[in-house]
Design a protein around this ligand. Structure first.
Ligand code: UD1
Ligand code: MG
Length: 457
């Protein structure tokens, strides 16, 4: 019996052996980030979302960094090394051992094509299931130069001609190959093994699989995607374009989920940014990875957040910075020029102005005065500050950690607190105020007399 739908076993082969010399980087191309995740990570994520459980990643020789990223993003992936760069078909065959495991479907993807949508992968698989031996993904290129061209007859794909091998008339074709390919798993190895290097680049072209399938009277077809979705990244200009397209996609998703972005084009998001309903984001806000914002939160302009959870109806900024490991409780207020780092701010607490709160627990409804600093570091180790519920820290205080301020305690403004403060205690640690009546008048009179004597000399 023929396997159908989810019973069909599918292997995704992700080619990540690119040289990426045009990136002019010490990092391999596929490890460059888009919206806070590597390009390879994006491709592996869309594979996962499409319900494909088995993945083979083909990497270049001596690329432990690429291997580590593949493992981090897709722990079950099997890794293969393409020792020599002899073309895309040669790269796929580096995963021969995986291809031979008896899959119904093989999907081949490029790790430098990071904007691919899950729905497109699903559409490719459906065409394969409909009886095609090979399905290629194409797009209408604004400028087809350099791309492989689709030679079609109706819905049939007769061949893919690489630019360098194409005739004048074939070069007029605007329907181009994205590189993404789906192949019948039972036929894949026999088709791939038939590919030779008789072409302009003396490479094993994966694209030749189409002509070979046709010569065996197998059905071959294609699917189409928008050009933006299948764009490849070869240099930093294309990286920036892919980033901008991804940003638009993420902003759109956030807005359709009920967040207001007052000036969407100025808001930078990460692949995993979560914004709740009625979240209001003012212009120029940066969301680094792992930020989760609950409903009704307001993020004021020019704020920078990373790895932070913000609970409902809290507010942050303008000009706030929340560094990794922070948690802002419901209704809490983080004001301007406040920096949080590994800070857990309780519900309803206020840190309204110019503070550094690092490695700290701040209890619910506590009030942290302007300019309060947690002194958390002695040059070697980090120490924790604990501030109790409803405590009041006077402005311009330094809390020298490790330190604990009890529930309902008060710290006088300008204090340098080095000893724990008990609940409800008042602690003041600053120089005592000196008071001398009439001192100003005496000082002015004496100084004027001194100046006069000097001028007369
Ligand atoms: C390829 C397609 C072309 C398509 C274009 C889309 C072939 C022969 N051509 O051309 O039809 O229009 O992509 O961008 O497939 N790779 C390896 N090992 C190799 C060679 C390539 O891993 O030996 C990987 C690259 O890292 C890259 C991908 O395969 O991710 C495509 O290779 P590339 O050299 O960029 O192919 P193109 O000439 O762009
Ligand atoms: Mg390319």
């Amino acid at each position: 019996m023929q396997a159908t739908g989810s019973e069909r076993r599918c292997l995704a082969v992700v080619l990540a052996a690119g040289e990426g010399t045009r990136m002019k980087s010490s990092r391999p191309k596929v490890l460059h980030d888009i919206a806070g995740r590597s390009m390879l990570g994006h491709v592996l994520a869309s594979v996962k979302e499409a319900g494909i459980a088995d993945v083979a990643v083909v990497v270049g020789p001596q690329r432990p960094d690429v291997e580590a990223e593949a493992r981090a993003q897709f722990p079950a992936a099997s890794l293969f090394v393409q020792t020599e760069r002899l073309g895309t078909a040669h790269a796929v065959l580096a995963a021969r051992e995986a291809l031979a495991r008896g899959y119904n479907e093989i999907i081949i993807l490029f790790a430098d094509t990071p904007l691919l949508e899950t729905a497109t992968l699903v559409a490719m698989r459906q065409r394969l299931e409909a009886g095609n031996a090979v399905v290629a993904l194409g797009f209408e290129a604004a400028d087809p130069t350099g791309y492989g061209r689709f030679v079609t007859k109706g819905a049939t794909l007769d061949a893919i001609r690489e630019h360098k091998d194409a005739s004048e008339s074939e070069r007029m074709i605007r329907l181009c190959n994205s590189g993404l390919m789906a192949v019948d798993g039972a036929l894949a190895l026999s088709l791939l093994d038939a590919i030779d290097r008789n072409n302009a680049q003396k490479e094993f072209y994966l694209t030749d699989i189409v002509g070979i399938a046709r010569s065996r009277d197998l059905a071959t077809s294609f699917a189409l995607a928008p050009e933006d979705e299948v764009m490849g990244v070869n240099d930093r200009v294309q990286l920036a374009k892919a980033e901008s397209l991804m940003q638009n996609r993420l902003r759109r998703k956030a807005m359709l989920n009920g967040a207001t972005l007052q000036a969407p084009e100025t808001v930078h998001m990460s692949f995993d940014t979560v914004l709740g309903r009625d979240v209001d984001v003012e212009p120029y806000v940066y969301f680094g990875p792992r930020v989760k914002v609950a409903d009704q939160v307001v993020i004021h302009a020019f704020s920078h957040l990373e790895d932070t959870v913000i609970e409902s109806a809290a507010s942050l900024g303008p000009f706030a910075r929340s560094r990794p490991g922070s948690h802002v409780g419901a209704g809490a207020k983080i004001g301007n020029f406040v920096e949080l780092k590994k800070a857990n701010i309780g519900a309803g607490a206020k840190v309204s102005h110019l503070s550094y709160i690092g490695d700290a627990e701040v209890g619910p409804e506590a009030n942290i005065g302007a300019g309060t600093i947690t002194c958390n570091y002695d040059g070697f180790f980090k120490y924790k500050t604990v501030i109790g519920a409803g405590a009041f820290i006077g402005a311009n205080s330094s809390l020298v950690a490790p330190i604990s301020i009890g529930d309902g305690a008060y710290v006088g403004s300008g204090s340098v607190i080095t000893k724990d403060v008990a609940p409800d205690q008042l602690a003041v640690a600053r120089g005592k105020q000196l008071a001398k009546d009439g001192w100003g008048a005496r000082f002015r009179a004496a100084s004027e007399a001194k100046k006069k004597a000097k001028d007369q000399k």
